[in-house]
Design a protein around this ligand. Structure first.
Ligand code: SF4
Length: 399
């Protein structure tokens, strides 16, 4: 299989076999490659001097090469509800954000990652400590979901989303995607355990397909962090061919979430321009074919926007579309965002919408908005001070 050569890759984005090739080229035993991978991803440590099971000359070479994580935390915004948003500097005038969301068992946001305990298991799948349920003192740890970005900005232009405002600046590398997890792990409290990863931050993960896939392979590798694929959910706005490719890539073991938000093609196209290319029927056909385990469901994300998609007729249309699909619905009252006149419906309207879907037999949750006080809608921190683009402004409902 051809692909990037180990020397082209940032150290953080090399898989064990690529580290082994790197070692071989330096006449080192290949198992040294596994050891470096384990330090970097299992122990989350990038200082060669601390890699005590490596010979001194190899540590010196790794120091010369440089293993540093290609990102730094520029700022941490803490919400009163416990969520933290890390504003991450990628070193080239590009900033992205990643959010840590502590969850308490039974909370209404425990469904944030589709990888909730449908399988009844409770962590402990990897070798490396902090993502296990349970803390050093043996007590139950607070489970943390981390929301990851995959692109600086986004090309998809969804009108309700802060990340779409400035368009796509660039793709993130796999090393930068993995670096978010490294920084997130370092910021965990002693009673917190990283439990789930959700690719729902800035960017469309399947629009940066190769880097997203490589990052998932690294994060799930048993010699590294070893997170079970079912603890990862990738959210897409509807890139139909890539959904099929991604399902085959991981055999459906990685969770899938679809940002649907409208049950009517014309209205969805107005909210999400990608719908013109891949209309709802095609998208739901891709969902039907996604090879998910029978016990799990694809998550349908439906951001409720007052006056746009929250009417009883919208709920009826949505229920008809999703009938007989192996899905669950997450209703997300929209986060208010700067530069937009759109906003969430009142709580009773949200409850009615949920009640109707449930009455048809659909599994349906309302996701509690988290971190409003730290501007938790995706892209907002990075966009502070930026101006919306003309396309975004022209799509806003007129008063
Ligand atoms: S909702 Fe997702 S796909 Fe749409 S603009 Fe925002 S980040 Fe991009």
């Amino acid at each position: 299989m051809s692909g990037p050569q180990p020397t082209d890759l940032h150290p953080l984005e090399r898989l064990p076999e690529e580290w082994r090739a790197w070692m071989q080229a330096r006449r080192q035993p290949t198992y040294r490659g596994d050891q470096v991978f384990e330090w970097l991803h299992g122990r989350n440590l990038a200082d060669p001097a601390a890699m005590t099971n490596l010979p001194a000359e190899l540590r010196d070479e790794l120091t010369t090469v440089g293993l540093a994580v290609p990102a730094t935390v520029a700022h941490v915004h803490r919400s009163t509800d416990g969520s933290r948003k890390l504003l991450v500097d990628l070193g080239d005038d590009c900033r992205i954000e990643t959010v840590l969301l502590p969850m308490t068992r039974g909370s209404d946001d425990a469904d944030l990652a589709d990888s909730e305990d449908e399988d009844g298991e409770d962590g402990g799948e990897g070798e490396h400590g902090e993502h296990r349920a349970g803390n050093a003192s043996g007590g139950p740890a607070t489970r943390v979901s981390q929301c990851l970005s995959t692109q600086v900005g986004c090309a998809m232009g969804c009108v309700f989303c802060a990340s779409g405002i400035a368009g796509l600046k660039r793709n993130m590398t796999a090393a930068e995607i993995v670096a978010q997890v490294s920084l997130g792990r370092k910021s965990l409290g002693p009673d917190e355990a990283l439990r789930n990863l959700v690719f729902m931050g800035m960017g469309e993960p399947l629009h940066n397909y190769d880097a997203t896939v490589r990052a998932i392979r690294i994060l799930t590798h048993p010699k590294g962090l070893g997170l079970a694929p079912r603890r990862i959910t990738v959210s897409t706005s509807g890139l139909v061919p890539e959904i099929g490719k991604f399902g085959a890539e991981f055999g459906g073991k990685v969770g899938l979430a679809i940002s649907l938000h409208q049950a009517d093609d014309a209205k969805r196209s107005a909210l999400m321009p990608l719908n013109k290319r891949y209309p709802i029927r095609e998208l739901l056909d891709a969902v039907r074919k996604y090879p998910l385990d029978r016990r799990r469901r694809v998550t349908i994300e439906y951001t409720l926007v007052a006056g746009q998609n929250d009417a009883p007729e919208d709920a009826r249309r949505l229920a008809r579309l999703l009938a007989n699909l192996q899905v669950k619905v997450n209703l997300i009252p929209m986060n208010p965002i700067e530069h937009s006149t759109l906003g969430p419906p009142p709580a009773p309207r949200v409850a009615e919408f949920q009640a109707y879907l449930q009455s048809t037999g659909l599994l349906c949750f309302v996701r509690r908005r988290r971190g409003d006080d730290v501007a938790a809608a995706c892209g907002q921190l990075v966009l502070e001070g930026e101006r919306p683009n003309a396309r975004f402004v022209s799509r806003q409902p007129r008063g």
